[in-house]
Design a protein around this ligand. Sequence first.
Ligand code: ADP
Length: 250
Amino acid sequence: MIRVENLHRHFGGFRAVDGASLEIETGSITGLVGPNGAGKTTLFNVIAGALPPTSGRVFMDGEDITGLPPHELFHKGLLRTFQIAHEFGSMSCRENLMMVPGGQSGEVLWNTWFGRKRIADEERALRAKADEVLEFLTIEHLADHPAGAISGGQKKLLELGRTMMVDAKIVFLDEVGAGVNRTLLMTIADTIIRLNKERGYTFCVIEHDMDFIGKICDPVIVMAEGKKLAEGTLDQIKANEAVIEAYLGT
Ligand code: ADP
C-alpha cells in the first residue's frame, strides 16, 4: 500500500532520514522499531505530510503522494493518530469523535438558512456512528465523560476511534504504548488486531514495547541511522547481528 523510495529528510547538515526505502503491505500490521534517534518519527512525519522530504518519493497504491498536505492524505484514507488535542479535552468523548469528519453541511453558511433539517439528520447519524465506535472500543461508558479526564490508555483507544469515524485505509501509530498500563496496552493491541481483521485497516506502528510488537506486528522493520536495516518477524530481527549491534551501539 505504501512504498517509500530513497527518502531523505535533513535538518541542516543532519540526516535524520538518510535514504530510507521500505514497503508497507496492504493488510499488514507493520512494526517500525529501532534505537532512539533512528529517524522513525521523522519518517512518519514525512509520509503523513507533516514535514516535506529533502528528497525521495512516497507512493500510496502506486500514486505519488510525496509532500501532500495531511488533509489531502486524510481524504485518501491515510491517517496518523495524535494525542487528543488539549483544546478538545473539555468536550466529551462522543463529541470528540463527532468532530472528526470534515465537510458536514453545517459548515456551509447556505445550509444554516436552507438545510436545518438536513443538519439535524447528519448530526443524528454522526452521533449514532460515534456511539457505534465507542461500543466497538468497549468504552461506551465514557461517552459523556470529558476526553481530558480519561486515562492515557483510554485516550489511545479514543484516538483509534477517531480513525473509525472516517474510512481509514492505513493508520500510522506513534508509540501507542507510551505511559499506558499493561492491561490497557493489551486491550489496545486487541483493538488494533480487530480493526485489521474486521475492518481491513493496514497499520504501521512505532513502538518500543517488544511484547506489544511481538503480539501484533508482522513484519517488523528495523531502522537505524535514517535507513532500513532489517525486516522480518520479531524472532528473525532479534537474531539479526546487525540489529543487535545497532541497539547495543546506542
Ligand atoms: P526516532 O523516532 O527514531 O527516535 P526521530 O525521527 O525522532 O528518531 O529523530 C531522528 C533524529 O533527528 C534525532 O537525532 C533528532 O534529534 C533529529 N531531529 C528530529 N527532528 C528534528 C528537528 N526538527 N530539527 C533538528 N533535528 C531533528
